[in-house]
Design a protein around this ligand. Structure first.
Ligand code: SAM
Length: 438
């Protein structure tokens, strides 16, 4: 039996794209291999959001060259956004690569593999507006309670820093009936949590339906315990969506809502299409309407032209919102994006210093917020083992906090957990039934 090993970089969209690729290959008779060393087929599913990600891919290709020398029959493929950006250049820079496939053409994987075997090389890249063939029901999903479901591909935004619209193309929406059918199937197969995926997930619409209607449709699936979605754009976060989050029992009280900057001037330069006040108004509504509402965000520091005053506005916004979690990035120039042309840039040392200041502030906020939770009881869906100590089962609350439960033998099921210790990035607790009264 032939084996495949897939390595994935980047966001949840890429993780799920890899599951779709694995599904196609399992249907072709492949088995999965846990390492590249003995695999017949190695696919790198790549991300090009930041410059370093592409450099890492070429580094990894350098390592795989040694394996290919030992086993010339092995097939190496580069998939995802780096494949779309670099295209044919990958064959020139790494001639030992056999297959190049952009993120919009995953449905062609079996044919491309056949072509690579027959002709020695195959490539498939999509134009921005090309139709997307959604591949329902074939993904080989990771074990665990959560199942990802794609609702849309692409992104129609034109954020000045972001390469995604150029790599993933224009938005294409999956019909509601197909999404609901797939959600029903995964729940019937034992996944009790569904996460709807799209680069701009809350922009999803189809015929008369908007994203709030889709949440209502998925929420009705019997057996579904938790519903999440990512990534939301603040501009598309309508009152209807926020009310659906408040009213629907399965929708979790957590939202990832990238703000990118706390300065209106920088938000304008970034072409984000909202102001700090409009963002804060939505956060305020969510926090007032939904008990225990947790928020996470993405922030970029050192965007071209960002001054110390702009950065101070970002720190100020972080203090005001008190995010449960944040992902912060130093701005990385992406050729072809509008911001890449900027002449006033922030020096790398200054970007690094701002990143450190932002992360230090967030650690303080998270530490304090998590400490406040000691003694409280949360519903925890167990989903795996601690990364630091594989003997310790871990799960997540509905508000997406990681909770370690060392007293449990296995990471299974949903249970109430009393929080006994707080850390900066996680919590620890004991099953509430066994905890002494607080
Ligand atoms: N579609 C989402 C949005 O625009 O809010 C997420 C897009 S991206 C895949 C994930 C995050 O990477 C962004 O929210 C942003 O913070 C960060 N990012 C994107 N381009 C970047 C760049 N050129 N430099 C640094 N960070 C970047």
């Amino acid at each position: 039996m032939k084996t495949v090993h897939i390595e994935t970089w980047g966001c949840q969209m890429n993780v799920h794209d890899s599951e779709k690729m694995a599904g196609i290959l399992l249907a072709q008779g492949f088995a999965t291999a846990s390492a590249a060393d003995h695999a017949d087929l190695v696919l790198l599913n790549t991300c090009s959001v930041r410059e370093k990600a592409a450099a890492k891919v070429f580094n990894r290709l350098g390592q795989l060259r040694l394996l290919k020398r030992e086993r010339p029959e092995m097939i190496i493929g580069v998939c995802g956004c780096v494949a779309q950006v670099e295209g044919e250049a990958i064959f020139r820079r790494a001639p030992w690569v056999d297959l190049v496939m952009g993120p919009r053409t995953i449905a062609r994987l079996a044919d491309l593999l056949e072509e690579a075997r027959r002709d020695g090389r195959s490539i498939s890249l999509a134009e921005s507006g090309d139709p997307v063939e959604f591949i329902p029901g074939t993904a080989a999903r990771a074990r665990g309670p959560k199942a990802y479901i794609t609702v849309m591909e692409g992104c129609n935004k034109k954020c000045a820093f972001c390469i995604v619209p150029y790599t993933r193309g224009r938005e294409a929406y999956r019909p509601a009936a197909e999404i609901v059918r797939e959600a029903g199937e995964v729940v019937a197969n034992g996944h009790c949590e569904v996460e709807l995926l799209g680069q701009n997930v809350n922009a999803w619409h189809s015929a008369e339906d908007d994203f709030a209607s889709l949440l209502h449709m998925v929420d009705r699936i019997p057996g579904l315990r938790r519903l999440r979605f990512t990534t939301s754009h603040p501009g598309h976060l309508t009152r209807r969506i926020m009310e659906a989050m408040r009213d629907l029992p399965s929708v979790c009280n957590h939202l990832h809502l990238p703000v990118q900057s706390g300065s209106d001037r920088v938000l304008r330069l970034m072409r984000r299409g909202y102001t700090r006040d409009r963002y804060l108004a939505k956060v305020g509504f969510l926090r007032r309407a939904i008990p225990g509402m947790a928020l996470s965000t993405d922030l970029i520091v050192g965007f071209p032209g960002e001054t110390e005053e702009d950065f101070a506005a970002t720190l100020d916004l972080v203090r005001e919102v008190q995010f449960e979690h944040l992902y912060a990035f130093a701005y990385s120039r992406r050729p072809g994006t509008p911001a890449a042309e900027a002449t006033i840039t922030v020096p790398e040392v200054e970007k690094a210093a701002r990143l450190r200041r932002l992360l230090t502030l967030q650690e303080e906020i998270q530490g304090a917020r998590n400490s406040d939770l000691v003694g409280r009881i949360f519903e925890v869906l167990m989903d795996g083992k601690s990364r630091m100590d594989p003997a310790v089962p871990k799960g997540r609350t509905r508000c997406n906090r990681i909770v370690h439960v060392p007293a449990l033998g296995r990471a299974e099921g949903i249970l109430d957990v009393r929080i006994t210790r707080a850390h900066a990035h996680s919590l620890s607790g004991v099953p509430a039934s066994s905890a002494p009264a607080a």
